[in-house]
Design a binder for this molecule. Structure first.
Ligand code: HPA
Length: 270
């Protein structure tokens, strides 16, 4: 079965299970962004991810594992993907981008990718959300198979970033750099990322954004800076601290993400 066939099967299963045949927007919830779904609107259905073809329940603490259909204020539906597969899980790139492909097969025009990440800009502080303006993919791989030369010039579209800034004018932005993980970076790697133009380090999003664009979706990326990148903060990094920074910011991020999604839906309808 091709990845596209599996995504179609997943979208069909979602339609059957949720009773919703078209989701206008999909959003993948990373660390710190989990409560957003509750702010977007009313949950129509919530399904354990492993009951939808191609999805597996996340084994990572702090990462939930459901797919939700949420009815926004304007009556359209948002697919909330709370089950991200990371590249470091070793399930292959197709598994990593299955959610994005399912979103496209479910009718979405926009993919909102959120994550928790390390920050490199000296002005940033843990707990701060930032927009992704572009990315550097250091995983050494691509979700695209074959000679399909996808343009990534305006991957994290200016149009969607402008909508986000209307909602939150003080949102800064930066270049997301995906490394394969699951280890955090060394301080030397962080200096390298800075030298090549990266502002954010993380272990997701770039591969998903590429697959989203291949599938014809507009992409908005949002990072919660959970920590300063290795070597820029005092002491060591640990996953628990990253999760705690996410929890601490959650109260603020949920409403922010919901407002941005409402802004996108209103713009598309206008
Ligand atoms: N590096 C990579 N991924 C991360 C980090 C980091 O510093 N913080 C949260 N996810």
């Amino acid at each position: 079965m091709t990845p596209a066939d599996l995504a179609k099967e997943a979208a069909d299963a979602l339609a059957t299970r949720t009773g919703i045949h078209r989701h206008a927007i999909a959003v993948t919830l990373g660390s710190g962004w989990k409560t957003a779904a509750d702010h977007i609107g009313e949950t129509v259905a919530e399904i354990p991810a492993n009951e939808i073809p191609g999805f597996t329940a996340s084994g990572i603490p702090g990462h939930s594992g459901t797919l939700r259909s949420v009815r926004a204020q304007n009556g359209e539906h948002v697919l909330v993907i709370g089950a991200r597969t990371h590249y470091y899980e070793g399930k292959g790139v197709a598994a990593v981008v299955h959610g994005v492909r399912t979103a496209a097969a479910a009718g979405a025009h926009t993919m909102v990718l959120t994550n928790g990440a390390g920050g490199l800009k000296p002005t940033w502080t843990p707990g701060q959300p930032v927009l992704i303006s572009d990315h550097i993919n250091l995983t050494g791989t691509s979700p695209i198979i074959g000679a399909n030369f996808i343009d990534l010039t305006d991957l994290y579209t200016n149009k969607l970033r402008a909508i986000a800034r209307q909602v939150a004018p003080d949102l800064d932005e930066g270049v997301y750099t995906q490394l394969s993980g699951p280890h955090y970076e060394t301080p030397a790697e962080v200096r390298m990322v800075r030298a090549i133009g990266g502002d954010i380090v993380g272990m997701s999003t770039a591969l998903e954004a590429i697959a989203a664009r291949e599938a014809g979706l507009d992409v908005l990326g949002l990072s919660l800076i959970t920590n300063l990148a290795a070597g820029l903060q005092e002491g060591a990094l640990n996953h628990q601290e990253v999760l705690e920074a996410g929890h601490a910011a959650e109260q603020r991020l949920g409403p922010l993400l919901a407002e941005i999604i409402t802004g996108i839906l209103n713009e598309e309808q206008a």
